[in-house]
Ligand binder design. Structure first.
Ligand SMILES: Cc1cc2nc3c(=O)[nH]c(=O)nc-3n(C[C@H](O)[C@H](O)[C@H](O)COP(=O)(O)O)c2cc1C
Length: 147
C-alpha cells in the first residue's frame, strides 16, 4: 500500500454505525483487532496483533489522558473518553472509546475497547481541551486549525 506523507494532517472519518474493536492483554498489547480497526488505522490485522496499543498513539494526545485511562482500568475496571489516534500513514482519526475488562472464571484476563465515531463539534472541543492540557503540563503542542 502506498501513502502520501500526511504530516499528521489527513483525517480519516470513522463511518457512522461502524465500531472499531480491539482487545489487549493486561499490559496493553493487542490480542484482537476487527476489520474496521485495520481499515481505519491503515494497518493490517496481522500488523496490529501482538503490538502494543500505543502503536496508534497520536502526538496530540496528552500524557495525562493515558495515565487516567490506566488508573481507571486498575481502580474502577473501566474508562471511557475521546481519543485522537494516529494512522499508519500519519493521518489521524477521532473516536469515543469505552474500555473495560474481559473476565474468565471471575478473573480479569484482558481488556476490550469499543470505539465509535464522534461529531465535528466534539473533535474541535477535544482538540482545544487536549492542547490546553498539554500546555498546562509543559508538553509541546502543535497548532491545529479547524475550518
Ligand atoms: C483495550 C485498550 C485500548 C486502548 N486503545 C488505545 C487507543 O486507541 N489509542 C491509544 O493511543 N492508546 C490506547 N490505549 C492505551 C495504550 O495502551 C497506551 O497507554 C497509550 O497509547 C499511551 O502510550 P504510552 O503508555 O506508551 O505512553 C489502549 C489501552 C487498552 C488497554
Amino acid at each position: 500500500m502506498e501513502f502520501l506523507s500526511g504530516n499528521f494532517l489527513c483525517e480519516t472519518i470513522v463511518p457512522k454505525g461502524e465500531l472499531i474493536v480491539s482487545r489487549t492483554d493486561l499490559k496493553g498489547n493487542i490480542t484482537y483487532a476487527n476489520e474496521t480497526f485495520a481499515e481505519i488505522s491503515g494497518y493490517s490485522i496481522k500488523e496490529l496483533v501482538g503490538k502494543p496499543h500505543n502503536l496508534v498513539r497520536h502526538p496530540d494526545m496528552p500524557k495525562v489522558i493515558f495515565y487516567d485511562l490506566w488508573k481507571n482500568l486498575q481502580t474502577k475496571g473501566s474508562w471511557s473518553g475521546y481519543i485522537k489516534n494516529l494512522r499508519k500513514d500519519e493521518g489521524f482519526y477521532w473516536v469515543y472509546a469505552e474500555i473495560s475488562g474481559v473476565y474468565k472464571d471471575g478473573n480479569l484476563v484482558e481488556y476490550k475497547s469499543l470505539r465509535a465515531p464522534i461529531s465535528f463539534e466534539e473533535k474541535v472541543k477535544y482538540q482545544l481541551y487536549y492542547d490546553q492540557l498539554k500546555k498546562e503540563n509543559n508538553e509541546s503542542i502543535r497548532k491545529v486549525i479547524y475550518q
